[in-house]
Design a protein around this ligand. Structure first.
Ligand code: ATP
Length: 363
């Protein structure tokens, strides 16, 4: 494929229709070899169907799937060099950990099955429990056995379908870091399906945000978070504080003035969609400051809620027109406003992003 690297995975107009319902609209995506890629979106957006088409478990209605120069669209699932780790670990309970891991290799008559299995168990830090049964291990360890089994024959692509969904929050956070480390060590392409935006942002080099069977936006975590292209992406990746605003004529030094609820506010020209006259001006909670020090953009409101969360405090500030803004401030020892206090919320022009409101009447 033109533009695709040696082992890149490409989806070309990949489509899936079930009877009359299109679960995945023509999807074009190139996933770089050796990268950690996330398919992110709410339940029912088509992420699992996309993953199942890559795995060969679901037949596409139209479109192609290639790895490097090889077209695998019509290749049987077991003949693809693609493995999947599911949320349910699907381990054989009567076999030891090492037997689980080398099962596939032995079936194919690989003479080095045992050595390869030990090597991969070391990578996932489970070599010391190689002779135990999966049922004797914790959920997190079982998940790592499933991962080792999927990695042992070094697939071109490893698919992870909500693999951490069954783990409790703390273990989930540990496994996110662990999975990222393992991916970096093995250097294989990982494609991770999740509806958890924090998980996708923690782990992935690049994220495809999906909505209702379509790709909404593709990018690295920071770009998606700081410069979303739609209210859907803005809201799905976190709190956005979207203000309805009209684009004014005044502009200087790459700054454009917009008018929101009677206030003149500044936004970087590069963050403003071309030709838009009505916009949603968004600012992430941690980019807002309480007080005058945050920048030239200032709004005044009333503190409606204060929630201490350890490293930071979250404030809900009600604006005179009834909208509530969320402000997150690090607990760095500076003075904290109290409930019911009148405050100024301020921010810098470059910390805002603007979305064309002609497409999204509601935020
Ligand atoms: P979840 O996180 O809930 O699994 P998802 O984003 O992975 O969601 P999919 O499982 O890909 O979504 O499903 C996308 C849509 O396709 C859903 O509306 C689902 O009901 C529908 N769908 C999936 N499989 C089938 C099927 N075999 N027959 C009919 N509809 C299906």
């Amino acid at each position: 494929m033109a533009g695709a690297g040696k082992g890149d995975l490409s989806l070309v107009a990949l489509t899936k229709t079930f009877a009359t319902f299109t679960a995945v609209h023509p999807l074009d995506l190139t996933i770089e070899q050796g990268s950690f890629f996330a398919l992110l979106g709410p339940s029912g957006c088509g992420k699992t169907t996309t993953l199942r088409m890559i795995a060969g478990l679901e037949e596409p209605t139209a479109g192609r799937i290639t790895i490097g120069d090889e077209d695998i669209t019509d290749t049987k699932a077991y003949q693809r060099n693609v493995n999947t780790v599911f949320q349910s670990y699907a381990l054989f309970p009567h076999m030891s950990v090492i037997d689980n891991v080398m099962f596939g290799l032995k079936r194919r008559g690989d003479k080095n099955a045992k050595a390869k299995a030990h090597e991969i168990l070391e990578l996932v830090q489970l070599d010391q429990v190689a002779t135990k049964r999966p049922t004797q291990l914790s959920g997190g360890m079982q998940q790592r056995v499933a991962l080792a089994r999927a990695l042992v024959n070094r697939p071109d692509v490893l698919l992870l379908d909500e693999p951490l969904g069954a783990l409790d929050l703390k273990l989930r956070r540990q496994m996110q870091i662990e999975l990222k480390r393992i991916q970096q060590e093995v250097g294989l392409t990982f494609i991770h399906v999740t509806h958890d935006q924090e998980e996708a942002m923690t782990m992935a080099d690049r994220i495809a945000v999906m909505n209702a069977g379509r790709l909404e936006q593709l990018g690295d975590p920071a770009t998606l978070y700081e410069q979303p292209h739609s209210t859907f992406v803005a809201n799905f990746l976190g709190q956005s504080n979207l203000l309805r605003a009209q684009v004014g004529a005044g502009a200087s030094d790459g700054i454009v003035t917009v008018r929101a609820h009677g206030a003149d506010l500044e936004v970087s020209r590069e963050h403003l969609p071309d030709g838009a006259s009505e916009v949603w001006l968004g600012v992430r909670p941690e980019k807002l400051r309480l007080g005058e020090s945050g920048g030239p953009n200032r709004l005044h409101g009333l503190v409606r809620d204060v929630s201490f969360t350890g490293v930071a405090t979250q404030y809900i500030v009600e604006m005179p027109w009834g909208q509530e803004l969320t402000v997150v401030q690090q607990n760095d020892g500076s003075a904290r406003p109290n409930l019911g206090e009148n405050v100024t919320v301020s921010w810098a022009a470059q910390h805002g992003f603007a979305l064309d409101a002609s497409q999204d009447a509601e935020a």
